[in-house]
Design a protein around this ligand. Structure first.
Ligand code: NI
Length: 165
C-alpha cells in the first residue's frame, strides 16, 4: 500500500468531470487500498478519485470497520465504504446546512447546504451493486464526495462565502 499525494486547490484537475470505472481489476483494488491508507493518514472521512490524480468515478469514506447496513445515519458508526460509479438521489430538497472541510482545501471550512436524506446506488470494489439510504453526516459526506467526481468543490455549493473560515 502507498500514501498518495493529494491535489489541492486551485489545481484544475479538481474541476474536471471524472470517467466511470469500467474494470474491477487488480489495479482498481490497489487504488482503493491506497486511497483508504491515504484517507487514514490525513484523518479524512472521505477521499475521491480526482483528489489523488485518478480521474475515475469512485471514492472511499467512513470512520469505522462496520458492515454497510441498509441505511446510514450516524457519523460515528459510518462504516468504511468504497463507492464506485455512485448515483445519488435526493429525498427532499438540498436545504440542510452543515460545516464541511476537504483534504484538497487545507485549513478551510464552510457552511454548505445539502439534502438531509439521500438514496445511493453504486458498485463496491468487486463490482457488486449496492443500494442504500443515508441521512445525517453520512449523507453529507456522500454528497460531498460524489460532487468531487463532477468537479464540484464544497465552496461551489455555499450560498455565501461569508462562512468560509
Ligand atoms: Ni473533499
Amino acid at each position: 500500500m502507498a500514501i498518495l499525494p493529494i491535489l489541492e486547490v486551485p489545481d484544475p484537475r479538481l474541476k474536471t468531470i471524472s470517467t466511470p470505472v469500467e474494470s474491477f481489476d487488480a489495479d482498481l483494488k490497489k487504488l482503493v487500498d491506497d486511497m483508504f491508507e491515504t484517507m487514514r493518514e490525513y484523518a479524512g472521512i472521505g477521499l475521491a478519485g480526482p483528489q489523488v490524480h485518478e480521474g475515475l468515478r469512485l471514492f472511499v469514506a467512513g470512520v469505522s470497520a462496520g458492515v454497510l447496513p441498509d441505511a446510514l445515519s450516524d457519523a460515528a458508526d459510518m462504516p468504511f465504504v468504497t463507492l464506485i460509479n455512485p448515483e445519488v438521489t435526493f429525498v427532499g430538497p438540498p436545504d440542510k446546512t452543515g460545516w464541511e472541510g476537504c483534504l484538497s482545501i487545507p485549513d478551510m471550512r464552510g457552511l454548505v447546504p445539502r439534502a438531509a436524506e439521500i438514496r445511493v446506488q453504486a458498485y463496491d470494489r468487486t463490482g457488486k451493486p449496492l443500494a442504500f439510504g443515508a441521512s445525517g453526516l453520512p449523507a453529507r459526506v456522500i454528497q460531498h464526495e460524489t460532487d468531487h467526481l463532477d468537479g464540484v468543490l464544497f465552496f461551489d455549493r455555499m450560498a455565501s462565502l461569508d462562512t468560509l473560515t
